[in-house]
Design a protein around this ligand. Structure first.
Ligand code: SF4
Length: 359
């Protein structure tokens, strides 16, 4: 398999061997990251011969598109890896009534593993099991691919700059903290000015709570946003829907998150799934207040996204509002998250549905 062209180590070695001038290497990165091109023919700042030479020796990205599904709010990409696994990434288009429903920003939820080893009872991805970690080149390939897609779909903003992904969430398919070294390297590249140039405030790591991984984030001073999938206010309830929670006790998690808040000054975002008769109800809301009221945090309530492969139902809107009120009365800040992309199975806990149906 050919190396990818954005792999700086290979590219610089090749450029040295072939006596290619350093500014040519810079041109390639500019074409990829700033002009958002992922085919050789579009890279017109390079000579034809040079493009031919590079295309003989490098791939631009190392994933291929298998399928794309979209609705008004989302686009879901199913990518095929070189070893014939399928992973998914989702673009979410944020519009608000304050801007007359114009496109405000685009978020990418990307995959860092093929499948997931966490076995959450409500999640389709869990049914795929873990096949392997993605390489950092495969993670970055997702961003390069979708940026090219965004360029072709939306072209430029009013200020004349190209539209691109503004927020990245390491969320699907999970668990990013189990692929720590590649996660760390990818974040560095997302932040580099001459690459994707994202701000730290636009990157979120979503974890089901891998304590060792959170400790590494503290140690390496990676202070992007951290979203913790809590989903239950007590250890016993959590263990019934997130079996892997048996490994890490809630008290341990809260302690390490306190430390994360202290060292980064960042609040923690808690993701809380609203499943009818399981995680909703007044008692769960009150227990959640008890657990979190002293912490610098924000709670996102996420209505469960139903799918035919899992036998849970979503909580009604009225019940979710009631749950939110109890949390707010208890002093917590809370948002009810919109469910985007249900129709094309690109919402939370639905990813992998198409791959499983293929088997
Ligand atoms: S909810 Fe997240 S952590 Fe749990 S199985 Fe699904 S992808 Fe994995």
């Amino acid at each position: 398999m050919l190396p990818v062209i954005f792999d700086e180590e290979y590219l610089l070695k090749y450029a040295k061997e072939q006596k290619i001038q350093p500014f040519r290497v810079k041109q390639i990165f500019y074409e990829l990251f700033k002009n958002q091109n992922i085919d050789w023919d579009s890279m017109t700042t390079l000579s034809k011969d040079m493009r031919q030479d590079f295309s003989d020796n490098f791939n631009i990205i190392n994933l291929s598109l298998d399928k794309k599904l979209e609705d008004e709010q989302t686009t879901k990409f199913s990518f095929k890896t070189f070893d014939w696994y399928f992973i998914e990434a989702v673009l979410m288009y944020h519009r608000s009534k304050h801007t007359k429903w114009k496109l405000n920003r685009i978020t990418l939820c990307l995959s860092s593993q093929v499948g997931c080893p966490m076995w959450c009872a409500f999640c389709v991805t869990a049914k795929m099991w873990l096949k392997r970690n993605l390489t950092r080149q495969e993670i970055i390939s997702q961003v390069l691919y979708v940026n090219n897609y965004i360029k072709n779909k939306f072209w430029k903003k009013e200020d004349g700059t190209l539209r691109a992904v503004r927020n990245v969430v390491f969320m699907w398919m999970w668990e990013p903290l189990l692929n720590y070294d590649n996660l760390k390297k990818t974040i560095e590249i997302l932040l580099q000015r001459e690459r994707f140039s994202l701000s730290k405030r636009h990157i979120t790591i979503s974890t089901v709570w891998v304590i060792a991984g959170i400790k590494k984030l503290i140690q390496d001073k990676i202070d992007v946003w951290l979203a913790v999938s809590l989903h239950a206010p007590t250890q016993s309830l959590r263990e019934t829907i997130v079996p892997n929670a048996k490994v890490h006790k809630m008290s341990e998690l809260i302690k390490v998150l306190d430390n994360y808040i202290k060292t980064t000054n960042n609040r923690i975002f808690y993701e809380y799934i609203m499943i009818k008769w399981v995680t909703d109800g007044d008692d769960n809301a009150k227990n959640l207040v008890k657990l979190l009221k002293w912490q610098f945090c924000h709670v996102n309530l996420i209505p469960y996204n139903e799918n035919p492969l899992v036998d849970f139902q979503e909580t009604s809107t009225k019940e979710i509002q009631n749950f939110k009120k109890i949390l707010e009365d208890g002093g917590l800040t809370v948002t009810i998250r919109d469910s985007m992309g249900r129709e094309v199975k690109s919402a939370c806990w639905q990813l992998g549905y198409d791959s499983i149906n293929k088997l």
